[in-house]
Write a protein that binds this ligand. Sequence first.
Ligand code: SF4
Ligand code: ZN
Length: 363
Amino acid sequence: MEEAQGVKPKKKAFCFICNQRKPALKRPKTLDQICRECFYAVFEDEIHRVIVDNQLFKPGERVAIGASGGKDSTVLAYVLSELNRRHNYGLDLFLLSVDEGITGYRDDSLETVKRNEIQYGLPLKVVSYKDLYGWTMDEIVKLIGLKNNCTFCGVFRRQALDRGAALLKVDKLATGHNADDIAETVLLNILRGDIARLSRCTSITTGEDGPIPRCKPFKYTYEKEILPNLNQVSFTYAYFKRLDYFSTECIYSPNAYRGFAREFIKDLERMRPRAILDIIRSGENFRISTSTKMPEQGTCERCGYISSQKWCKACVLLEGLNRGLPKLGISRSRGLNSDHTKDVKRSNGTKNIESKQCGTLDF
Ligand code: SF4
Ligand code: ZN
């Protein structure tokens, strides 16, 4: 039929990828209009490519997924078990959770992980600060207040995950850090002038010289595609797939500085979605001059954990708590290691800017 003169034909918008179905979302990473089915496919496929191209896993490996019940680790558990089946990775997957002892927060989110255990058929191991260190975060906050609590929590979590992974006898630990987290960490390390961490925070696998290597299959996955925040739940993987996750922030979360970096990256992303990937790229291309002195890795004299100092950070913090001197491990220039340090000013590799501290906690 001929079109009436002057009337524009109605545009039929189809999915940018399949060109068959109606678009259901504008993909945050590329701004392409795509349908729901193609979104699942590209989202999962990109993660599969990252896993294969970077040889994150080998057939027959036992892999623990750091599971907090939050959106990132829930989506990671779901997608990894799907891909493991679909592409025959041959992995034995486990969920590993840390119970920091935060009433009204972690106890609730652990309930989510317990449901995930059943939903995905993945065995769950929970390690608690109380069992490992004799202190819950509730008790620590009672003693020290809301300053530096995340330093204790971050250091303890890192070791707790390693200890849990050792109990599970896994070969690797996969964490749900996404592209936004990594860009944020690059920025924070620049702002803090932390050269050692800047050079390794973009590595997709870290700790190969430590007890258990860690990897980040979501290194290039945008948070907005997983699940940005409570006000924007639609059009994301977790929402579409109706995954069961926990979305409350830690009641002790005071991390204003990290929050500022986060907001800054979100602003950049609004102007230019590629900004997140570009920041990660900048971190990857960062090279340390061979003459820069890096901390030597050794082991903690007290607990045997990796440390570049006499005692690892967790042991120093713990000693401070047990002696009723909680500031002992916080100050950089004083403390238990200062008589014996190989490198006083440098961090000892356990302080935890590489992990989220913490906002909505997802390891
Ligand atoms: Fe621990 Fe995160 Fe809470 Fe800080 S915000 S106390 S690091 S769970
Ligand atoms: Zn130690």
